[in-house]
Design a protein around this ligand. Structure first.
Ligand SMILES: Cc1cc2nc3c(=O)[nH]c(=O)nc-3n(C[C@H](O)[C@H](O)[C@H](O)COP(=O)(O)O)c2cc1C
Ligand SMILES: [Mn+2]
Length: 487
């Protein structure tokens, strides 16, 4: 089935017991946030809130759209798999493979005259984002966040590049939102150019739509890539786009809610704190750019999806970190490096990358680590774990075993001071460094040193390595006849 909008995706989730409809009245004020947090913690289905206190019937929200799953027979990333047209039982490795196959064949969007997102249009004084049941997600948040599973669309003033990125949006008032646009991210780079020209940056925010749209918005693609083409590739069909009412930007016709507006140059207002993707409220509050909303368009009975950042595992890992691993793999392959696999373990919040690789010459692990840092998806990685090709990077037990047996506690650990980090949020930095993202990284070289004589390299004591092939086959064939249950 082609997933053409968020509603198709909800039908699919329901079919696989990955959606819970909640008809009980719930409060936007922390209650939806608390319920969703439990969904992540327990691996419960996504939560479709159908009755939000103080809001008209039909105005719904969706919590934990790509939360983890503990349904029998489903993988941890079941909802990500379903979003990419796969069965819910597939492994992280299979999802990354599917992602890479499809993204290699990008499909440009098509323009349509109108679409469901134009069913209602609010202009001028009618603009009021609080018309929607926006959650106050975490205790301590600086405001209600309307943008936590969405797409911010901007155009580079110097080229045809149109960027789709997910950057949190906090409500200041009915037509003003606060934004976190770091310079390391594409939107920060574009905003810097508009500011230098003293011009407002036109913006469209698309909320809801087929799930590949938020997914491409929160994965770390290289600059000058139009994420919409990758979304088309993942969908195996072009994304239909429709023009905004008050600017020239194009938005997905299927979106549940579209906010149009502009980010003003040189204006700042206090934004945050927020429960962040790294699992803390480290960022406190600080002055940040503001987005003035000039128009809102939305579908009848709109659904506002939201993510609940905080302790893992949430969309920051089931989408951003997972696909970041695939993107890093693809970038390293383009450089001709003999890597076998890349994975960002979910509790490493995207800060840790494990790369398994062949080792052609001495100090190769350092070369791989620095190559990762040189890529766009590798920018916010601080813990580089480089393992030999026989270690499966998606298996943390194997990775831990390699770290604790092959990484020399002094000679195998290389500290790298002053690498760029995510500004404002990074928990392990002191306050002054945190504000600007003056970070540090470390390389754990868990590969056998290339200058060791072969005979000094320990032999891995596994079933496959230490018994003759014919005996291995005999044991496997006779397993049940020894009396064991099939496993
Ligand atoms: C729910 C959620 C919220 C996010 N909020 C921000 C944010 O406020 N600022 C930011 O720079 N990145 C944020 N990210 C990460 C970016 O979406 C991600 O790095 C993406 O690659 C940015 O797009 P770009 O590569 O086109 O710059 C968020 C990710 C998720 C899943
Ligand atoms: Mn981008």
């Amino acid at each position: 089935m082609q997933i053409a909008d968020l509603r198709d995706y909800l039908d699919l989730l329901e079919e696989y017991d990955e959606l819970q409809r909640i008809k009980t009245e719930v409060d936007w004020n922390l209650e939806m946030g608390a319920i969703t947090r439990r969904c992540y913690d327990l691996g419960s289905p996504a939560a479709l809130f159908e009755n939000v206190k103080g809001y008209p019937t039909g105005f719904r929200t969706l919590g934990a759209p790509l939360g983890t799953s503990r349904q029998p027979g489903h993988g941890l990333f079941a909802r990500t798999a379903l979003a990419l047209g796969m069965k819910p039982g597939v492994s992280a490795k299979e999802i990354m493979q599917r992602y890479l196959e499809r993204k290699e064949k990008p499909i440009p969007p098509v323009t349509v005259k109108t679409g469901p997102c134009k069913e209602n249009i609010l202009l001028g004084d009618d603009v009021d984002v609080l018309k929607f049941p926006i959650p106050l997600i975490h205790g301590g948040d600086g405001g209600r966040y309307i943008g936590t599973w969405h797409t911010v669309i901007t155009k580079d003033p110097e080229s045809d590049w149109v960027n789709w990125g997910m950057y949190r949006l906090m409500v200041h008032d009915r037509n003003t939102l606060g934004c976190l646009f770091p310079l390391q991210q594409h939107i920060g780079q574009m905003y810097q150019k508009y500011e230098a020209m003293n011009k407002p940056m036109p913006v469209a925010v698309a909320i809801g739509g087929q799930p590949v749209i938020p997914i491409v918005s929160c994965v770390m693609l290289p600059p000058y890539v139009n994420e919409v083409d990758v979304a088309g590739g993942l969908q195996e069909a072009p994304i239909p786009l429709v023009k905004c009412e008050t600017n020239d930007l194009m938005v997905p016709a299927s979106a549940e809610i579209v906010l149009e507006g502009e980010v003003l140059p040189h204006e700042r207002r206090t934004e945050g704190p927020f429960g962040e993707y790294m699992g803390y409220e480290a960022g406190k509050s600080s002055p940040k750019p503001i987005l003035k909303v000039t128009a809102i368009t939305y579908r009848n009975d709109p659904i506002l999806p939201f993510s609940n950042m905080g302790m893992p595992v949430h969309e920051g890992q089931t989408a951003t970190a997972l696909i970041k691993g695939a993107e890093i793999y693809s970038e390293l392959k383009k450089m001709g490096l003999p890597v076998k696999g890349v994975f960002c373990p979910p509790f490493g919040v995207g800060h840790m990358v494990v790369v398994s690789t062949e080792v052609p010459y001495i100090n190769f692990a350092r070369r791989v680590a620095h190559a990762v840092w040189a890529t766009k998806p590798g920018i916010f990685v601080y813990y580089m774990v480089i393992v030999d090709a026989d270690v499966d990077p998606t298996n943390m037990d194997e990775v831990l075993h390699a770290m604790t047996t092959k990484c020399h506690p002094v000679n195998g650990i290389h500290q790298v001071p002053h690498i760029p980090g995510f500004p404002v949020l990074l928990p392990f930095l002191a306050a002054k460094e945190r504000l600007v993202g003056d970070a540090a990284g470390v390389i754990f070289d868990c590969t056998w040193p290339k200058d060791w004589p072969q005979e000094t390299i320990p032999f891995k004591a596994t079933f496959e390595n230490l018994w003759p092939q014919d005996l291995q086959e005999k044991v496997l064939t006779n397993w049940e006849s020894y009396g064991f249950k099939r496993q």
